[in-house]
Design a protein around this ligand. Structure first.
Ligand code: GLC
Length: 544
């Protein structure tokens, strides 16, 4: 697979590095940290959007796809970023939010003026204010339609009311989006991440969903594969690294999205493994992670994709997810052990690994105690929804504390200095107190840090073809504590054993002593030596 030996580093610019002292991260801040990123050994940088935007959803509400929001910098800064990254062997991947635009986008504004051409760019339906066209629910809460009184029409917004869904059935819309891709390709961008791209194809008829929130009508929709093929072909990006964010998708569709023979995308993100702690599938109901479900999902996706030529982006964290060390690890008692074990679990699987800024430091959840500390539109909406549903303030805060996207958006922790070295002034969003321990400065100086473990994992991928290209199968399948898999390539075997529990766990199929007796050697772990059992959150990687 083309990108199997590559590693991607994700940046959320608003929280990465503030170069001009306004409390917000910016492009020049990224330029100043390129040497650090290169030192991780990664190949690509995916940056979330910095295009002109009212920032209701931190840039995922794009008002102009070809201009840089002044809060982040200028076009000259972006050109310098691309060139400077290139000098260090780093390719930039830009984030294309093509399912919707901001309602501030010129196209939507002209639609509001009643221009038919632009009304056809979006999904408008005639109606009366008392009855939305369907009962579909927005991903950020509430009905997914908004009424525009002076037009007498509703428009569809699967996300915030300020994010209007584009009408991909209209060929003119598709041409506009291809032109955006060509524009950035010409500027030297090396790849693209496509936001919620499996939601672009809507049904022919808009009807109520009597069984759910509407997603079954537009997820992996009727023309999505055609639209992707056309987009990739006509914008000339088939050779570039591309990744699609796939919301509530299926294995079958992801095989098609990512199998090279289909000429759609190079890889896909799916999120099923990050819902194993959603009670009844509801993000806002807490439950301890179901480890057995997690193991089954990894097996289904890893083996299923590989059988049919699909390719996964493998990841735990991004700007929409809580921090993994707080979620599946133990950030108080086994911080380093669990952060390292979780890193190895992902990086040694079959797929292209993504590291989200700060994950390589073991950054934790935000640990906020008041609603005033939150910034995210989804979190603020749901706080209100939870309170209206009768939850106490304390309970609602507990839920946000575990589930809010702001957990992943706190400032990158560069040092133990004030504001974590992110900015010289109070940042737009605050840091957890533990930044004094988990930061680049401190971890650079400790050879056993989480940071240096990530570097080791990236190096290992570069030096061992079995990691990038080997086959995968799962072992210890009935073990409720240990996630374990085997990679094979020619005569080589690699065994990865991850104790997902904060207590000692035993192997059920073969003991560590038996592996050693068979000639396996430990090549990586987060504890010294080998024990009879796996220690809490221990990972052991064996090779033969
Ligand atoms: C994706 C982005 C998320 C954004 C949403 C709507 O899920 O990752 O941050 O809010 O799409 O664009």
């Amino acid at each position: 697979m083309k990108f199997s030996d590559k590693v991607v580093y994700q940046i959320y610019p608003k929280s990465f590095c503030d170069s001009n002292g306004d409390g917000l991260g910016d492009i020049r801040g990224i330029i100043g940290k390129l040497d650090y990123i290169a030192s991780l050994g990664v190949d690509y940088i995916w940056s979330t959007p910095f295009f002109v935007s009212p920032m209701n959803d931190n840039g995922y509400d794009v008002a102009n796809y070809r201009e840089i929001d002044p809060r982040f910098g200028t076009m000259a800064d972006v050109e310098e970023l691309i060139a400077e990254a290139d000098k260090r062997g780093l390719g930039l991947m830009f984030d294309m939010v093509f399912n919707h635009t901001s309602t501030q986008h010129e196209w939507f504004q002209r639609a509001l003026n009643g221009e038919q051409k632009y009304l056809d760019y979006y999904i408008f339906r005639d109606g009366t204010p008392d009855k939305p066209p369907t009962n579909w629910v927005s991903k950020f809460g509430g009905n997914a339609w908004e009424f525009v009184p002076h037009l007498g029409k509703w428009y569809l917004h699967l996300f915030d009311v300020s994010q209007a869904d584009l009408n991909w059935e209209n060929p003119e819309v598709r041409e506009e989006l291809k032109a955006v891709l060509r524009f950035w390709k010409d500027k030297g961008v090396k790849g693209f991440r496509f936001d919620v791209v499996n939601l672009i194809s809507k049904p022919a008829e808009f009807v109520d969903d009597t069984q759910g929130d509407g997603r079954r009508f537009y997820t992996d929709g009727r023309h999505v594969h055609e639209f992707l093929k056309e987009l990739v072909r006509d914008s000339g990006i088939d050779d570039m690294i591309t990744v699609g964010e796939m919301s509530s998708t299926s294995l079958e569709n992801c095989i098609r999205y990512s199998n090279p023979d289909e000429h759609e995308l190079s890889m896909v993100f799916n999120f099923h493994h990050l819902k194993v702690d959603y009670k009844d599938g509801d993000k806002w109901s807490l439950m301890p992670a179901d480890i057995s479900a997690l193991k089954k999902l990894f097996e289904t996706w890893q083996v299923g994709m590989s059988k049919h030529g699909g390719w996964n982006a493998v990841f735990w964290c991004n700007h929409d997810q809580p921090r993994i060390v707080s979620r599946l690890g133990d950030d108080e008692h086994f911080h380093n052990e669990s952060a390292k074990m979780l890193a190895a679990a992902i990086h040694l699987m079959r797929g292209t690994p993504y590291i989200y800024q700060g994950e390589e430091l073991g950054m934790t959840n935000a640990k906020y105690t008041s609603i005033a500390q939150y910034r995210d539109v989804e979190s603020l909406n749901y706080f209100k929804i939870l309170r209206d549903a009768g939850k106490s303030e304390a309970d609602a805060l507990k839920i946000l504390g575990e589930r809010s996207r702001d957990n992943g958006r706190t400032p990158m922790q560069w040092s133990a200095e004030k504001f974590a070295g992110f900015s010289s002034v109070e940042p737009w969003i605050s840091s957890p107190d533990n930044f004094t321990r988990f930061n680049v400065d401190t971890e650079e100086r400790d050879e056993n840090s989480v940071l240096n473990f990530y570097r080791q994992l990236v190096r290992l991928r570069k030096s061992k073809k079995i990691i990038s290209d080997g086959a995968i199968d799962f072992i210890e399948r009935d073990n409720l504590d240990v996630l374990a898999y085997r990679r094979t390539l020619d005569a080589e075997t690699l065994i990865v054993l991850c104790n997902l529990r904060g207590v000692e766990s035993s192997l059920t199929e073969k003991s560590l002593a038996e592996y050693c007796a068979q000639g396996y050697k430990k090549i990586l772990g987060n504890f010294d030596g080998l024990n009879e059992n796996l220690r809490p959150f221990e990972v052991v990687v064996l090779e033969k």
